[in-house]
Design a protein around this ligand. Structure first.
Ligand code: ASP
Length: 326
């Protein structure tokens, strides 16, 4: 029997067309188009729900939370769900849902790098691939998945790596989980670091600051002034920062603002290794928390979720220090 799959549309290039003289802009025919898409009919019984029609730079954590609640509510009538989304912030939305969704049914994100007016558009193939993964018996209990370009990646590890190529979405450090082949879906491995932080609320006031050589503490000072609950610092390499930001970091810690260090490198984790002033080991002794291999935008999402669940810095800190998923 065919599986019942819900497609939830949120917007993005996959739902856009070129409209002269405005350029590529949202188009309101997308949801209707999906309802009568013949290739989908062959794969599953489809329902389409239009959640929003926004470019994904307009997406924010409050809308992400709403999306998660919508999926948990609606998926009870389906075998799985596919969410179409803009590529720009897809990895953040997918990761928030990965952490907070209650359902264990397949939830698959997909998107397109090319709009519906471009030659060689990738949207239709990606949607059919995502629905096939959502309808697969093997896709449950794997966390939120991302299907693009015939590949299956985990929401935790996937990154948009290129601003235009159709093979932009990859998991740079650890690789894909599976592939969408013409005859079947093949999974090659399971994500060991599946993490659930169930919560009905989030705390949006978490900042992300990237280190660069010779910077001073002005952005950290601004975060403190604006009442940030936590600041993710994208440090150099193994977790080292410029000396000139230390007074601001110390000030934040004194004010009970959590500082989490991640690396600005493409792949790899931070470690308490360097003992020189402003090295990772030195910073850890000062009260900075090391954030493992999670990339900056995702660590920010995780802190929003943790503060939503626990509501105070002491419990969030405790969670992070005991967290083997970092
Ligand atoms: N700017 C677009 C968006 O994220 C890009 C895309 O969908 O690929 O909505």
């Amino acid at each position: 029997m065919k599986k019942k799959i819900l497609i939830v549309t949120t917007g993005g290039t996959i739902a856009m067309k070129h409209n002269s003289p405005f350029g590529v802009v949202p188009n309101d025919e997308f949801a209707e188009h999906l309802r009568s898409f013949p290739q989908l009919d062959e794969v599953a019984v489809i329902d389409v729900f239009e959640f929003s029609n926004i470019p994904s730079p307009f997406m924010n954590p409050v809308i992400m939370l709403e999306l998660a609640k919508t999926i948990d509510k609606m998926i009870t009538d389906y075998d799985g769900a596919v969410i179409t989304h803009g590529t720009d912030t897809l990895e953040e939305t997918a990761y928030m849902l990965d952490l907070i969704l209650k359902t264990n049914k397949p939830v698959i994100f997909t998107a397109a790098m090319r709009s519906n007016s471009e030659l060689g558009l990738d949207g239709p193939r990606n949607i059919v691939g995502a629905v096939r993964v959502a309808a697969s018996e093997q896709s449950s209990n794997r966390g939120v998945l991302v299907v693009m370009n015939d590949e299956v990646d985990s929401a935790r590890d996937v990154v948009k790596t290129d601003s235009s190529k159709t093979d932009s979405f990859i998991s740079p450090s650890l690789g894909l989980l599976g592939v969408v082949d013409p005859d079947r879906i093949i999974f090659y491995r399971r994500l060991e670091k599946l993490e659930k932080i169930l919560t009905d609320s989030i705390e949006p006031n978490i900042d992300l600051i990237k280190c660069c050589s010779g910077m001073d503490g002005r952005f950290i000072d601004a975060s403190i002034k604006n009442g940030a609950k936590a600041i993710v610092v994208e440090a150099f390499g193994r977790g080292n920062v410029p000396k000139t930001i230390l007074p601001s970091l110390e000030n934040a810690i004194k004010k009970n603002i959590i500082i989490v260090l991640v690396s600005r490198t493409y792949t790899g984790r931070v470690l308490a290794e360097y003992g020189y002033e402003e090295g990772g080991l030195f910073l850890q002794k000062k009260g900075v928390i090391l954030g493992g291999d999670l990339k900056g935008p995702k660590m920010r999402i995780k802190l929003m979720v943790l503060f939503g669940k626990y509501g105070n810095a002491t419990d969030v800190k405790k969670y992070l220090l005991n967290n083997k998923e970092n």
